[in-house]
Design a protein around this ligand. Structure first.
Ligand SMILES: [Zn+2]
Length: 398
């Protein structure tokens, strides 16, 4: 074979190799350097884990960040056993820098949470909180996830208190200038206090429940739930004036929740023998922020106190400006009660149809993920956010 032919074959081999290299998946070595270059911009590995190139990489190849990202990607795909194996192997390896070891430990704890092995996750996370300041806040967030699943509100409160900045811990929050930092922790803490207060109330420990609710309001003055549960506690204790005060606080916290307060307010004022104050409060609220739900609520109150005819007149005036299926249904109910014969049968038919329409619609919706349902959940079953669910359109419920 002549030198020229040999040279030609070598040239062709290099060219084909170059061409195939461009088309085939990146080699582990190339991936490794690729990710090393991106590490500064995309740390932590959770960001890198979105890259589908990781699927072509064997498990035991690559640097620590690359393998962490690979574990995260496996967990996201539901392959938790593979993620656990990668993170355990990393931790078992010799000479892993402390920061990388802490990161691997955090990811392993997250694997355990995904697998439902909450005790193991808790053990790893508590160790991180204790020993690794840089991972402390992230470890606490995942600890809260564990305690929420276990409904262990005492421990959740303890951890959330640890997440508050020192200044906030001493001074509480304020409606005028809520500080950004720690605000989320304060909101969570308030909900955990409400959960535990609810349990204490059911157990008859009203004083303990009251203390927890006052802490909830101190941490998050806008916590509507704390006002509602506090009202229940005060009502149970026969302190109707204090219960009404707690309920009336809701309008300033978030007026969308005002309809949630009316049933209990009615009971409080009935116990106090003061129906006039309820009516004044409702009309004042309606003037300040008219919503279909409030129109229906005021009509309900009028029907009870002044009779169906007055309530029907009020609804007939208000519904054109604040139309709602709930209000319409209430009006038809009032009119059918006052009618006779064929006219009454016609109204009842319409009433039944409207009822079916209303039954098919959700009463509450999460502002974060859109989860919809018939009941008010303080912890969204869809996205696990706290306090993100409200009545639809200021409530269209009857
Ligand atoms: Zn949600």
């Amino acid at each position: 074979m002549s030198d020229l032919v040999i040279f030609f074959l070598l040239f062709a081999a290099v060219a084909i190799g170059w061409f195939l290299g461009r088309r085939s998946p990146a080699s582990p070595l190339a991936l490794s350097s690729y990710f090393t270059g991106r590490r500064a911009a995309l740390d932590p590995p959770a960001d890198i884990a979105n890259d589908p190139l990781l699927d072509d990489l064997p498990e035991n190849v690559g640097g620590t960040q690359l393998r962490l990202a690979q574990g995260v990607r496996l967990r996201r795909r539901g392959e938790v056993a593979g993620a656990v194996r990668i993170h355990q192997d990393l931790l078992a390896g010799a000479g892993l820098p402390a920061d990388d070891a802490a990161q691997a430990q955090l990811e392993l704890a997250r694997d355990y949470i995904s697998a439902g092995l909450l005790d193991r996750a808790e053990e790893l996370l508590l160790a991180l909180v204790q020993d690794f300041p840089r991972q402390r806040q992230a470890a606490r967030r995942h600890l809260l996830e564990v305690y929420e699943i276990e409904r262990d509100w005492r421990r959740a409160i303890e951890v959330a208190r640890g997440m508050l900045p020192h200044k906030l811990l001493r001074q509480g929050n304020s409606l005028e200038a809520p500080p950004e930092r720690g605000q989320r922790a304060a909101r969570l803490l308030a909900h955990y206090c409400c959960e535990l207060a609810g349990e204490e109330r059911i157990a008859g420990n009203l004083q303990a429940a009251r203390r927890l609710l006052l802490e909830a309001l101190f941490r998050d003055p806008q916590c509507v739930r704390a006002s509602l549960v506090l009202a229940q506690v005060e009502f149970d204790a026969g302190r109707y004036r204090q219960a009404a005060t707690a309920l009336r606080r809701v309008r300033g916290q978030d007026a969308d929740y005002l309809p949630e307060t009316v049933d209990m307010l009615r009971k409080c004022y009935a116990a106090l023998g003061d129906g006039k104050s309820l009516r004044e409060y409702l009309l004042e609220s309606l003037a300040a922020r008219p919503t279909p739900a409030l129109v229906a609520t005021v009509a309900e109150d009028m029907a009870q106190v002044e009779g169906d005819a007055v309530a029907a007149d009020f609804l007939a005036q208000q519904l054109p400006g604040h139309p709602s299926l709930g209000g319409l249904l209430r009006l038809m109910g009032l009119q059918s009660a006052a009618s006779r014969g064929a006219h009454q049968a016609d109204i009842r038919l319409l009433e039944g149809l409207t009822q079916r329409l209303l039954a098919s619609r959700p009463a509450y919706r999460c502002g974060h993920c859109g989860f919809a349902g018939k009941h008010l959940h303080w912890h969204c079953p869809g996205c696990k956010q706290w306090g993100s669910i409200k009545a639809v359109g200021g409530s269209d419920t009857p």
